[in-house]
Design a binder for this molecule. Structure first.
Ligand SMILES: *Cc1c(COP(=O)(O)O)cnc(C)c1O
Length: 504
C-alpha cells in the first residue's frame, strides 16, 4: 500500500469507487442501501405532486445544504440533510395528480438501469469505450426502425431528446439538399451562395426547436414558413401545397417539410400520408417530429394513427416522453443511412479510417455528440422486463383517461374544451363561468393557485392569445377518479377566486 504523505488515505480512495476490491463492493452496497431507504421514505410520505412552497421558501431551505467544506460529511448525514430541501421539494412527476407537461413518471426498470448506466459509465463514441453497449444500441435502433417499418438500409442513433433529434433531421435535410441541388458540400465549404433563399415548412403549432435549429444551422428563422392549422390543429395540407408552389414561383428553395406527429399542446397529428406523397413528388425532405406521438408505436389500439410515418426521411422519437424513461432518452431515425456520411469527421484518436476498413463500429460517426450516455440500456431493460404488450396497454390507458377527461369537462357545463376528442393524451380547456368572458386571467390564477398549494399540477397554454388550462396525461396510474378530483379542485378554486373578487 502506498503511504507517502502526498497520496494520503489510500484506503479512503477505495471507498469511493465501485471496484473489484472488497472495500469498493462493500461500500457500494452500504451506500446504495442508504440512498434506497431515503428515497423510499420520501415516496411513502409524498401526498401531493408538489409541496407548494414559494421560490423564497425553497431557497431558504436550501441555504444550509449548499454549504461545502474541505472536510467530508457521511453519506448518511448528507442524505438526512437533502431529504427535505431537495428530494421532497421536487416536482413529484410520479404522483397521479401531476399532469402538466410532457414529463413522464419513469418506470422502475428505467430508474434501475440508470444505476447501471452510471456505474459502468460506457461512452458510446468509440467501440473501444463501449464494446457491448455499441451493439445494444445498434440492435435497438434496428428494433425501432422495424417498428416504424423503415426499409433495410435505415439507421439511427440515440440522442439527448427531441431538440437534438430535430436538429439532426434538419441538418441532414439542409446538407443533402445542397449536395443534390448544387453539388455543394456544406460540411467542407459552409453554406452555399443561395442559402438565404432556402425554406422549411412546418405547422404553426410545431415545436419551437424547429425554428431554433434552423436558426443555429445558419439559415435564420426567416427560413421557417409556418403553415396554418385546421380546426383539429393539424397542418393544413392544401396550404402546404399552395405555399410550396408560391415559394417556387418567387425563386425560393423550399427543401424540407417538418410534420408533427403529436403536437405538444393538442397531440394533433399532421396528415402524414398526404405529406409523404407530396414531399416525394417534389423532392422535399420529410422530417417527422414524433417526440410525443411516437409512443403509439407500441400501442395496441391506436397504432393506425401513425400511418405514413414509414415514408419519413427522418424522424424524432423521445423515450422520455410517452415511453416512461428517465430523462434523457431519445432517438433520431433515418430512412437511408447514406446521409449519415454528412456527419462523420475522422479524429485519429477516436475513429480513425483504419477502424472503418477493419469493420469496427464507432458510433461517434452517427452523432452530433462525442461522449454519449448508454441510454439504450434502460430501453432494453424496460422492453424486456415489462413486455411490449403491457407497455402498449399503459399508453392506451392514458388515451382512455384523456377521453374521459374531455367528456367530464364538457358534462360539467362550465368548461370549454378545445379538443373534445383528444387524439393522444392531452386535453386543452378553459373554465368559463357565465359572465366571465374573457376568462384568461381567471384560468391563469386557477393554475397558479393549484400549483402554489401543490394540490394538482396542471399546465397552462395559450389559444388565440388567451390562457387555457391543459392536462397532459402520461401516467397510466392516473384514473378517472383522479381526473374528476382535479376538476373539482379547479371548480372550487375558481369559486374562491370569483367570490374573493380577485379577477374582473
Ligand atoms: C418535447 C418535444 C420536443 C423537444 O424534445 P426534448 O426532448 O425536450 O428536447 C420536440 N418536439 C415535440 C413535439 C415535443 O413534444
Amino acid at each position: 500500500m502506498v503511504t507517502s504523505a502526498k497520496t494520503s488515505k489510500p484506503n479512503l480512495f477505495d471507498l469511493f469507487f465501485l471496484q473489484q476490491g472488497e472495500e469498493g463492493v462493500q461500500s457500494f452496497c452500504t451506500q446504495a442501501e442508504i440512498v434506497v431507504h431515503t428515497l423510499a421514505r420520501v415516496f411513502k410520505e409524498v401526498d401531493q405532486p408538489f409541496e407548494g412552497l414559494t421560490v423564497e421558501e425553497i431557497k431558504q431551505q436550501l441555504r444550509p445544504v449548499m454549504d461545502i467544506h474541505e472536510e467530508a460529511q457521511s453519506l448518511y448525514e448528507v442524505m438526512k440533510e437533502i431529504e427535505g430541501p431537495i428530494l421532497k421539494n421536487s416536482l413529484h412527476v410520479s404522483h397521479e395528480r401531476s399532469m402538466a407537461h410532457l414529463h413522464c413518471p419513469p418506470v422502475l426498470p428505467g430508474v434501475l438501469a440508470e444505476l447501471m448506466i452510471g456505474a459502468l459509465n460506457q461512452s458510446m463514441d468509440s467501440w473501444d469505450q463501449s464494446p457491448s453497449a455499441t451493439y445494444v444500441e445498434e440492435e435497438l435502433i434496428r428494433y425501432w426502425t422495424q417498428l416504424v417499418q423503415f426499409p433495410e438500409g435505415s439507421d439511427g442513433v440515440f440522442t439527448s431528446g427531441g431538440t437534438q433529434s430535430n436538429y439532426m433531421g434538419l441538418l441532414l435535410a439542409r446538407d443533402a439538399y445542397c449536395l443534390t441541388q448544387w453539388n455543394h458540400h456544406v460540411p467542407t465549404n459552409g453554406l452555399p451562395e443561395d442559402f438565404r433563399k432556402m425554406r422549411v415548412l412546418c405547422s404553426e403549432e410545431a415545436h419551437f426547436s424547429v425554428k431554433k435549429s434552423i436558426s443555429q444551422l445558419g439559415l435564420g428563422e426567416q427560413a421557417v414558413i409556418p403553415v396554418p392549422v385546421d380546426e383539429k390543429h393539424r397542418m393544413d395540407f392544401k396550404e402546404v401545397c399552395r405555399i410550396v408552389e408560391q415559394l417556387e414561383g418567387e425563386g425560393l428553395f423550399p427543401f424540407a417539410v417538418v410534420a408533427t406527429c403529436g403536437t405538444t399542446d393538442f397531440g394533433s397529428i399532421d396528415p402524414l400520408p398526404n405529406l409523404a406523397d407530396f414531399c416525394k413528388k417534389k423532392g422535399l425532405w420529410l422530417h417527422v417530429d414524433a417526440a410525443y406521438g411516437g409512443g403509439l408505436l407500441l400501442s395496441n389500439e391506436h397504432r393506425d394513427k401513425l400511418e405514413g410515418l414509414e415514408h419519413a426521411d427522418s424522424m424524432t422519437l423521445d423515450f422520455h416522453k410517452w415511453l416512461f424513461q428517465p430523462i434523457s432518452c431519445g432517438v433520431f431515425l433515418l430512412q437511408d443511412r447514406k446521409h449519415l456520411g454528412l456527419l462523420s469527421h475522422h479524429a485519429d484518436y477516436l475513429n480513425p479510417l483504419e477502424d472503418e476498413e477493419d469493420g469496427i463500429l464507432n458510433l461517434v460517426n452517427k452523432s452530433v455528440q462525442t461522449t454519449r450516455r448508454f441510454d439504450a440500456l434502460k430501453v432494453l431493460l424496460t422492453l424486456k422486463t415489462m413486455g411490449t404488450g403491457l407497455l402498449g396497454s399503459m399508453i392506451d390507458r392514458t388515451v382512455e383517461v384523456a377521453q374521459y377527461a374531455a367528456h367530464e369537462l364538457e358534462r360539467r357545463g362550465c368548461f370549454h374544451v378545445e379538443n373534445a376528442s383528444p387524439e393522444l393524451s392531452t386535453v386543452v380547456f378553459q373554465y368559463r363561468p357565465a359572465g366571465h368572458h374573457p376568462a384568461g386571467e381567471l384560468n391563469r390564477n386557477i393554475q397558479q393557485k393549484l400549483f402554489r398549494e401543490g394540490r394538482a399540477v396542471l399546465a397552462k397554454t395559450s389559444v388565440d392569445g388567451e390562457t387555457y388550462l391543459k392536462f397532459t396525461l402520461l401516467n397510466p396510474r392516473t384514473s378517472e377518479g383522479d381526473v374528476s378530483r382535479v376538476i373539482d379542485e379547479i371548480e372550487n378554486t375558481a369559486y374562491e377566486q370569483i367570490k374573493g373578487g380577485t379577477p374582473h
